[in-house]
Design a protein around this ligand. Structure first.
Ligand code: ATP
Length: 318
């Protein structure tokens, strides 16, 4: 007999499959936008020290993880909505499944079904969100052998945005992005996110920043810090001014992306109270006063041939 359990956004399905019990969990993998993103310096290990306010939004991929016991582990993935994504362990969802099984000493045949809606390589952490969803799903199926902290630490071995995606909600992320401090959010934000197929690789974006800021030797300030406390005050409700945003990458990346730049300009003319690039781009977002004004702007962008999505804060789901 099938047993169906629905709890918030996930469900567990147990069914008697050929050769034993198969268990499946469906998770929603939420995208993020960066409301604030600054580079603080260049570390001795060559990585950049960042400070960012990440905000989970309601644009999501569906990730279903099914599992049956096996002597040796295997992981396979089927993908709807994005045929060019890798299906081997270059896919972060597959990598997450192997990492979980290895870390917990389990053996299983894992089958992942991914329905992709988050634009790929856009600065919205879609791959990291999928990886985090797989970690959460496997942890549910195995009845939570790992704490959230342990799951986030495991996530950090897969990618620097994965710990935040395991955490969800809104947070200040430091280090390479893996040090996470929760942020109180008392207002629901309405976004229109526009994406383009333009690509500026993250290493190239960093090297452009290095040349603008003289390898972050301290001689030139990014000017980001003055926005940070205002953003935190706005999110917490201490200030009711329109939310400001900051992204140090914007000046390095957007000039290379004419389509994303036009979307940003259109978002402004369509009434966004603020517009900003997310992560290392090229996705840009506009913040609107209401769901209604945001969906009108989204529809206008779509009519003009742009890829545009409405999303709101997804902070209140846990
Ligand atoms: P971030 O904001 O964390 O820098 P991003 O939004 O810029 O991430 P992703 O959509 O996560 O980028 O994709 C980055 C790369 O990861 C792409 O080149 C893509 O091929 C690869 N990738 C691997 N697995 C996935 C996945 N499940 N979904 C999307 N991209 C994936």
């Amino acid at each position: 007999m099938n047993r169906l359990l629905f709890l918030h956004s996930w469900c567990i399905i147990n069914k008697k499959a050929l050769g034993g019990y198969m268990t499946a969990v469906k998770e929603q993998a939420y995208a993020k936008v960066n409301l604030y993103l600054d580079v603080l310096g260049l570390r001795a290990d060559g990585f950049h020290e960042i400070k960012t306010v990440m905000h989970t939004v309601s644009l999501f991929d569906d990730v279903t993880v099914a599992l049956s016991p096996a002597r040796e582990s295997s992981v396979k993935i089927s993908i709807d909505g994005c045929p060019f994504l890798p299906k081997d362990d270059k896919n972060l969802a597959v990598r997450a499944a192997f990492a979980f099984l290895e870390h917990t000493g389990k053996n299983a045949d894992v089958s992942i079904k991914l329905t992709k809606r988050i634009p790929v390589a856009a600065g919205l952490a879609g791959g990291s969100a999928d990886a985090a969803a797989v970690l959460r799903a496997l942890n549910s199926i195995y009845k939570k052998p790992l704490s959230q902290k342990a799951l986030m630490e495991l996530g950090a071995t897969i990618g620097s945005d994965v710990p935040f995606c395991v955490f969800g909600k809104s947070a200040v992320c430091l280090g390479r992005g893996e040090i996470i401090e929760p942020v109180v959010v008392s207002r629901e934000l309405h976004f229109v996110i526009g994406s383009s197929a333009e690509r500026v690789s993250t290493p190239l974006a960093y090297s452009k920043l290095d040349s603008i800021y003289s390898d972050f030797d301290g001689s030139k300030n990014t000017g980001g810090e003055k926005y940070y406390s205002e953003i935190i005050r706005c999110l917490s409700g201490e200030s009711d001014k329109p939310l400001v945003t900051f992204n140090v990458f914007e000046e390095a990346v957007l000039p290379e992306c004419p389509v994303a730049s036009s979307i940003k300009e259109r978002l402004k003319s369509l009434g966004a109270v603020n517009t900003m690039m997310s992560g290392s781009g090229p996705a840009v977002f506009g913040i609107f006063d209401s769901e209604e004004s945001a969906t009108i702007a989204r529809d206008a962008l779509r009519e003009e041939g742009f890829a545009a999505y409405y999303a709101k804060s997804a902070n209140f789901r846990q």
